[in-house]
Design a protein around this ligand. Structure first.
Ligand SMILES: [Zn+2]
Length: 443
């Protein structure tokens, strides 16, 4: 490609593959499974289509990549192909690269298909660290309390957006903290800046580091702040709800370079403009905007879900669409033409996270708010109970329709027989049963 020699280079780019995909050579009929979610297999089941012994073809999106082959295997498939549907991130969404930001017809998304939320890290050393410890900037008052800040540096190919847009902001923070040190600043707590390797295949660097000094980390880690890709647009904060008032105060202190209001004000405005009626009235009346709960998919996972360290994942974005995620086109040309073209939001990311690190490192008392945590956990419990009730009602209705012969009477007689069997209605687990995602990093 003439305008963008980077994406066209041959010497430094590996061919497309999915990390941790099992080797194999399979020949079988191909079955299209839409996004490859459980609900898609239910639909196929209703049509009398089985994937047992077949290769499934699923499109990217709607569920995490690594879940698709897992769910396919659970349904008896022996192979899984994943492709980018132009309707989701290609020409259907706008002009394609290099004229526009969307995926071109030859563009391919790479990624990991490991079962990441449960077992990230080096598969050869589960639960045990494989890397030496990083260097630290020792605190002057509370050296045993660590503020840890990280972003990954590895990429699927060129990686201008993912991860360089995030780690360049982190490097700028580190440079600025270095300037403050030269001027005599002594942070009260120990600050650790980390650049993780191997995030894309399996959160390797962060997981192995967390697993290496596990006991020490659990005694010393006060807060972990993660970033990943950064872009133009709105502030986003997810993480531990104890840090909700703290991160709201940080967002009030930094100015959005385009809207010229605080990052907080802009996020409040977009919540009012696009939120549900409940979110709208909360955004107007509540002191702080709510922060989202973290799932998995970046280097916060070993800190939050495996070691219980209070964690934030921060960033900006949402204004520019792009369809080149995890492809050779995520490069400098694309980023400087279609994303944060003048790096104004990279600067804002450095200001925001740098402010958070300095305030955490120098606080007399760490700014945890446990009332907010309790309030949010109560909301989650209510949500789970509502979900359980809804699911029970759905299953009872479905079973009743099977028993009453509704499906048998309405199915298309030219298709194969309806294979649905009644399901047991979901029950509440007894309190003694631990949730399946809890795992100790010790021992
Ligand atoms: Zn990333």
């Amino acid at each position: 490609m003439l305008v963008d020699p980077t994406s066209g280079q041959k010497t430094e780019q590996l061919p497309t593959y999915n990390a941790y995909s099992r080797d194999g050579d399979v020949t079988a009929p191909l079955v299209y499974v839409n996004y490859g979610r459980p609900v898609d297999y239910e639909h196929l089941d209703r049509l009398g289509v089985s994937v047992k012994g077949a290769i499934v073809i699923a499109r990217y999106g709607a569920s995490w990549r690594g879940i698709k082959p897992k769910v396919a295997a659970e349904h008896g498939a022996i192979g899984c192909l994943i492709y980018s549907d132009p309707r989701d991130d290609g020409y259907f969404g706008g002009e394609v690269f290099p004229e526009g930001p969307m995926r071109s017809r030859d563009g391919v998304q790479r990624g990991s298909v490991m079962d990441m939320p449960v077992y990230p890290g080096d598969p050869l050393t589960p639960g045990v660290g494989a890397t030496p410890e990083a260097k630290r900037l020792a605190g002057s008052v509370y050296p045993d309390e660590w503020i840890i800040r990280g972003n990954h540096h590895d990429a699927w190919v060129n990686g201008a957006g993912d991860p360089v847009s995030g780690i360049s902001a982190e490097l700028e923070e580190a440079r600025a903290l270095g300037e403050l040190l030269k001027q005599g600043w002594k942070p009260k707590r120990t600050i650790i800046y980390a650049a993780w390797d191997g995030e894309e295949p399996a959160l390797l660097g962060s997981t192995e580091w967390v697993e290496t000094p596990a006991a020490e980390l659990e005694a010393h880690a006060a807060v972990y702040i993660n970033t990943d890709s950064n872009g133009r647009g709105y502030f986003s904060a997810e993480g531990s709800h104890t840090l909700e008032p703290f991160i709201n105060s940080v967002a009030r202190a930094v100015e959005d370079p385009e809207a010229k209001v605080s990052a907080w004000k802009r996020l409040q405005a977009t919540t009012i403009a696009t939120g549900t009626p409940e979110e709208r009235s909360e955004a107007r009346a509540r002191d702080d905007l709510r922060i989202g709960a973290l799932g998995s998919g970046s280097d916060f996972t070993p800190f939050l879900q495996h070691s219980g360290v209070p964690t934030l994942n921060l960033g900006y974005g949402g204004e520019d669409d792009n369809g080149i995620y995890h492809s050779i086109y995520d490069d400098f040309y694309h980023y400087t033409h279609f994303e944060d073209t003048d790096f104004a939001y990279g600067r804002l990311a450095a200001q925001t996270v740098g402010t958070a690190v300095i305030r955490l490192a120098d606080a007399d008392v760490l700014p945890f708010d446990f009332t907010r945590l309790a309030e949010t956990v109560k909301r989650y419990v209510d949500d789970v109970q509502t979900l359980l009730k809804r699911r029970q009602d759905e299953v009872r209705e479905r079973n009743r329709q099977i028993e009453d012969g509704v499906f048998a009477a309405t199915r298309d007689p030219r298709r194969r027989t309806d294979t649905r069997k009644p399901w047991p209605a979901p029950r509440r687990n007894s309190p003694a049963t631990p949730p399946p995602f809890v795992r100790s990093t010790r021992g």
